[in-house]
Write a protein that binds this ligand. Structure first.
Ligand code: GAL
Length: 329
């Protein structure tokens, strides 16, 4: 009898646990803790989905890090709310010179099916942001350690903020802001993802934090204006194909809200059994204490070519059904 009760209790806990994981609550702007109880260090980040697991990569700005190195942390999750720390996927000393002070920002990881390797792209720069290159690092396993390969200017262009996009057919693209052209590029990666091969679009809008999503036959591009760490009103445009033509840019939220203090980093599509949710992933930067920068993740309202970011509030996501529920609907 006792054993039966125990078994029932175990089963119930398991079921409740699984339900909790399916209906996980995301709280924009609040400290987001990992399984160790530490604030998640995945700033300017990106998500890679492999089967049922999501991997979140981003800038690790932990105060305990060696100041002469730059780090990319990796976390994994089944529900996009509870994150398990997997370690520092990349630890890099300045690959371009003797200066200890350099920039590694906005890391994004692609899985390349052809080589079965993981390729990490990041913005690599000197402390004055004059180098304007991308760096790449590779690993045979998703959480690294990634090995630095080289840096270059994609399509021969200056490149600062980068963004990642993988289309429904698996093709991989890099988005990069390029100051001399007053715009940003959408460019296809090579077959092995080790270089940037083909220009799809040069969008004539000087935007950073570039992100893309493909939904119901339309591409949506989101980005922020260029005000450094300070927030500004993010905007979006649409196009029927990655090579355009792109519409004019429009506000994603009331402009006076300044994107609720955040800056875009990625648009994540969660296609479930009942619905498809597109998550606006953004950073609320705290430049004086970058490690304490927060995350603003919210489900977007997207309808027939219009895109709207609702006011930040707690919300729950069911990754199985793809349904998102806002707390104050
Ligand atoms: C922002 C950019 C960040 C970082 C910052 C430095 O515009 O999006 O990734 O580079 O400038 O000031």
């Amino acid at each position: 009898m006792e054993r039966a009760v125990l078994l029932l209790a175990v089963l119930l806990c398991g079921t409740l646990g699984a339900m909790a994981r399916e209906h996980a609550t995301i709280r924009p702007g609040e400290p987001w803790l990992d399984n160790r109880g530490q604030q998640i260090q995945a700033h300017g980040g990106g998500i890679l989905q492999l089967g049922k697991l999501y991997y979140w990569f981003g800038e690790d700005r932990s105060p305990s890090n060696d100041p002469a190195m730059r780090y990319v942390a990796c976390y994994s999750s089944t529900d996009l709310a509870h994150w398990h720390y997997r370690g520092q996927a990349l630890a890099l000393a300045n690959p371009e010179g003797p200066e200890r002070d350099f920039v590694l920002e906005r890391p994004k990881v692609f899985y390349n099916a052809k080589t079965q390797r993981f390729v990490m792209y990041f913005h690599l720069d000197d402390r004055h942001y004059k180098l304007a290159r991308v760096g790449i690092a590779v690993s045979d396993t998703v959480d690294g350690p990634y090995k630095y390969v080289r840096s270059f200017r994609p399509l021969g262009q200056e490149s600062r903020d980068i963004g990642q996009f993988v289309d429904d057919d698996g093709s991989a693209y890099l988005i990069f802001e390029s100051r001399p052209t007053h715009g940003f590029f959408i460019a296809k990666l090579s077959d092995d993802a080790m270089s940037v091969e083909k220009q799809m679009s040069l969008v004539h809008a000087p935007l950073e934090g570039g992100a893309l999503v493909h939904l119901n036959g339309l591409y949506y591009a989101v980005g922020s204006h260029m005000t450094g760490w300070r927030p500004n009103p993010d905007v979006y445009a649409t196009a029927p194909s990655l090579s355009g033509p792109w519409t004019e840019f429009r506000d994603i939220a009331p402009p006076e809200a300044n994107t609720y203090g955040a800056q875009s980093t990625m648009l994540l599509k969660v296609a479930g059994t009942r619905a498809t949710t597109v998550i606006f992933m953004a950073d609320i930067w705290r430049p004086q204490q970058l490690w304490d920068s927060r995350y603003l993740w919210m489900p977007l309202e997207i309808r027939n070519g219009s895109l709207h970011l609702p006011a930040p509030q707690p919300w729950t996501l069911n990754v199985k059904t793809g349904e998102a529920t806002l707390e104050h609907k």
